[in-house]
Design a protein around this ligand. Structure first.
Ligand SMILES: Cc1cc2nc3c(=O)[nH]c(=O)nc-3n(C[C@H](O)[C@H](O)[C@H](O)COP(=O)(O)OP(=O)(O)OC[C@H]3O[C@@H](n4cnc5c(N)ncnc54)[C@H](O)[C@@H]3O)c2cc1C
Length: 450
């Protein structure tokens, strides 16, 4: 049931006189198909203890803004209700992750954490493991196949990851049974926020309110994610392969914000798709290539490459060729402000940036174009990398995610092969406005967002 997903990350033991098992929810913000939650319940049952769930919010996080806090809290409040229906206390606290885990955890028998692949959050876990007196377990529920089961180093190309995953995927395509907690924890007296109202919680936080909220386009929560999944399977998946790259059509799932906050499990998505379609169906293959191969490759990348969100993380050949062409003549050059305000000469690029500003997401094809043009119009490639990360992380509901760092790194040549040499880009793959015009009714896309 938890094959390859659970790792004990310190050398302490489960404490016999601990009052409960504590699960600190962070990556998998859901009640359903959550291996960490089920593991915590199983552990609590085996120790004859109750289990509790805690969720910590802080306004100290670098990217804290109301756009994604609203989306996240919409989801968390619904998850709280669902967890409590199972007789499990759910505490929300305004506290840092480390302080919260240690503070509640000091009375626990053991602590269960979700695995997170990013540097800051990994360091939080190291601190909790180091400072806690009880055993700390890390559970990986964000992927179909645990990344260390596939490889113990960075995998440079998707085709290698694809081959490795497909050899063993079958073993992991299994639903996750729910375990009933033996002891109800709802009456345990542990301090948490007394607020169940989204607006009150948002008002309590000192977060960036200059970034607009996007509830017109995305409302957070597992139920919303499931509605989108249903629509995707019924209406879009049958044409996914043909139309997924066309930014003027709506044929992708739009599940990335929900996946980013763990409001839906990728395993559940895959199993739902397979309830209706064969694995050999060309649309399923194409969709699984994104949902499983590229998404899990991104997690492998962030886990094994410490420079995943920096220019330094791209391959040497890509750095060399970009450096060689650094002084090439650029017809247009822009700074962060121009990019952020969508003030370039290019209506296609501006429309992509406006899609990001307005909705919190960009269509995948336009996201590639968007990042490639930032490289073209910035004199220093390292600055281009930082600008792309900054904008994607600040405005993307699905930003701050391994997928984003892989996507940006890909635009700089990572996971790709050298092409014929040209101005500015050197041997890095290039994209042009003419290409957009040739392939799509791109004027329709511009109309939608300008
Ligand atoms: C420069 C750039 C920046 C990107 N930033 C992000 C980001 O911040 N967050 C993010 O989730 N994705 C990012 N991507 C990847 C991709 O654009 C989005 O995942 C996709 O557009 C999400 O839309 P969807 O859910 O409708 O995708 P669908 O086509 O329905 O795919 C289903 C799921 O598969 C995963 N997926 C799809 N494409 C990719 C991909 N190329 N790489 C990795 N996983 C993928 C996503 O989780 C997605 O939700 C970026 C790509 C590029 C080129």
């Amino acid at each position: 049931m938890f094959e390859g997903r659970v790792k004990k990350i310190n050398d302490r033991e489960d404490k016999k006189d601990g009052k409960f098992v504590l699960y600190c929810m962070e990556v998998s913000q859901r009640e359903d198909f959550n291996h960490s939650l089920e593991f915590a319940i199983e552990k609590a049952n085996s120790l004859s203890k109750p289990v509790i769930v805690a969720f910590f919010i802080t306004d100290k996080y670098r990217y804290s803004n109301q756009r994604y806090y609203r989306f996240m809290l919409e989801g968390i409040l619904k998850t709280k209700e669902k967890v409590e229906k199972r007789g499990i206390k759910f505490i929300i606290r305004k506290q840092s992750f480390i302080e919260g885990c240690l503070d509640i955890g000091k009375n626990s028998a053991c602590i269960v954490l979700d695995r997170n692949y990013l540097k800051t959050q990994r360091n939080w876990r190291i601190e909790v493991a180091k400072k806690s007196d009880v055993a700390v377990y890390e559970v990986e529920s964000d992927v179909l196949v645990p990344i260390e089961t596939i490889a113990t180093q960075q995998i440079p190309y998707a085709y290698i990851y694809r081959k490795k995953i497909y050899e063993i995927l079958e073993n992991f395509l299994k639903p996750l049974d729910k375990i009933e907690p033996k002891i109800n924890s709802l009456d345990l007296d542990i301090e948490g926020l007394q607020l169940d109202n989204l607006e009150e919680i948002l008002n309590m936080l000192n977060i960036d309110k200059t970034v607009s909220t996007v509830e017109k386009y995305f409302v957070g929560g597992s139920d919303e994610a499931e509605k989108r999944l249903k629509i995707f399977i019924e209406r879009k998946l049958p044409k996914y392969r043909e139309f997924r790259s066309d930014p003027t059509k709506d044929y992708t799932s739009n599940l990335s914000p929900y996946l980013h906050f763990g409001q839906i499990s990728p395993l559940k998505i895959a199993l739902e798709v397979l309830r209706f379609y064969d694995r050999e169906d060309e649309n399923v293959k194409s969709f699984f290539d994104e949902l499983i191969i590229w998404r899990e490759l991104a997690r492998n990348f962030c886990w094994y490459n410490p420079f995943y969100n920096q220019y330094e993380g791209i391959p040497d050949w890509a750095k060399k060729t970009l450096q060689e062409h650094k002084r090439d003549y650029r017809e247009y050059e822009y700074n962060l402000e121009d990019f952020e305000q969508a003030k370039t000469h290019d209506p296609y690029w501006n429309a992509a940036q406006k899609e990001l500003l307005k909705t919190g997401k960009i269509h995948n094809y336009m996201r590639m174009y968007w990042c490639k043009k930032i490289i073209e119009w910035t004199s220093e490639p390292k600055n281009a990398f930082d600008i792309a990360c900054y904008l994607n992380d600040k405005y993307g509901l699905d930003g701050r995610d391994p997928n984003g760092y892989l996507g940006i790194s890909w635009c700089f040549g990572n996971f790709d092969r050298p092409m014929q040499e040209r101005k500015i880009f050197g041997k890095i793959r290039y994209m042009s406005d003419k290409g957009l015009e040739r392939k799509f009714s791109i004027a329709d896309y511009v109309k939608k967002y300008l």
